[in-house]
Design a protein around this ligand. Structure first.
Ligand SMILES: NC(=O)c1ccc[n+]([C@@H]2O[C@H](COP(=O)([O-])OP(=O)(O)OC[C@H]3O[C@@H](n4cnc5c(N)ncnc54)[C@H](OP(=O)(O)O)[C@@H]3O)[C@@H](O)[C@H]2O)c1
Length: 166
C-alpha cells in the first residue's frame, strides 16, 4: 500500500496559523479533491476540527488520544498513526493519503512513499510547519506550475516526490 503525504506549504514551510489554512488557492483545492476523492484520508484531530466535518466522498480516519471522540458513521477514530495504517492495510487499499497537520506529517514522513507538495510562492507568518524535505531521501519526479489569478492568491508549483531511502 502506497502512503502518500499531500500538503500545501509556503517557501518557509509554514502550513497554517491559528488552526486554519492561510491562503485562498482554488486550483490547489481542486488538485486535493482530484487526488483524494474516493480514498481514505488520515488526519490529526486538530485538522479534522479545523474543517469541522468529514470531507465529502472520502473516508476520514482521525487520530486522537481522546477515546470519547466521535465522527459520523462511515468514518473512523484511531489512537495512533500505526493503528490508522494497519486499518488501511487490513482493508487492502492500494493507497492512503496523509492530509496533516504538522504533528501527523512529522510522524508520517519517515514511512511515506510519495509526497504531493503544493509549494506556495509566499512567506506568510504561521504557527505550524512542514518538516524540511531531505533531498537525499526524496527525488522530484514531476512539477507543474500555476500562476496567481483572481481565484488563486499566489503562484504555486505542484511537485511530486518519490522516496529513495535505501
Ligand atoms: N497546508 C496544509 O496542507 C495543511 C494540511 C492540514 C492541516 N494544516 C494546518 O495544520 C494545523 C493543524 O496541525 P497541528 O499539528 O496543530 O495538528 P494535527 O496534526 O492536525 O492534530 C494534532 C492532534 O492529533 C492527535 N495526535 C497526533 N499524533 C497522535 C498520536 N501519535 N496518537 C494519538 N493522537 C495523536 C492529537 O489529538 P488530541 O489532542 O485530540 O489527542 C493532537 O493534538 C492547522 O493550522 C491546519 O490548518 C495545513
Amino acid at each position: 500500500m502506497k502512503i502518500i503525504i499531500i500538503v500545501a506549504k509556503a517557501l518557509n514551510n509554514v502550513i497554517g496559523k491559528d488552526n486554519q489554512l492561510i491562503w485562498r488557492l482554488s486550483a490547489d483545492l481542486q488538485l486535493f479533491k482530484s487526488h483524494t476523492t474516493g480514498h481514505h484520508i488520515i488526519m490529526g484531530r486538530k485538522t479534522y476540527e479545523s474543517v469541522g466535518k468529514p470531507v465529502p466522498n472520502r473516508t476520514s480516519i482521525v487520530i486522537t488520544n481522546n477515546h470519547d471522540f466521535k465522527v459520523p458513521e462511515g468514518h473512523l477514530v484511531v489512537h495512533s498513526l500505526e493503528e490508522a495504517i494497519q486499518f488501511c492495510i487490513g482493508k487492502k487499499l492500494d493507497k492512503v493519503f496523509i492530509i496533516g497537520g504538522a504533528e501527523i506529517y512529522r510522524q508520517a514522513l519517515p514511512i511515506a512513499d510519495e509526497l504531493m507538495v503544493t509549494e506556495v510562492n509566499a512567506m506568510p507568518e504561521g504557527d505550524v510547519f512542514f518538516p524540511e524535505i531531505d533531498q537525499s531521501e526524496w527525488k522530484m519526479v514531476s512539477t507543474t506550475s500555476y500562476l496567481k489569478d483572481e481565484k488563486n492568491e499566489y503562484d504555486f508549483d505542484f511537485v511530486v516526490y518519490k522516496n529513495v531511502r535505501p
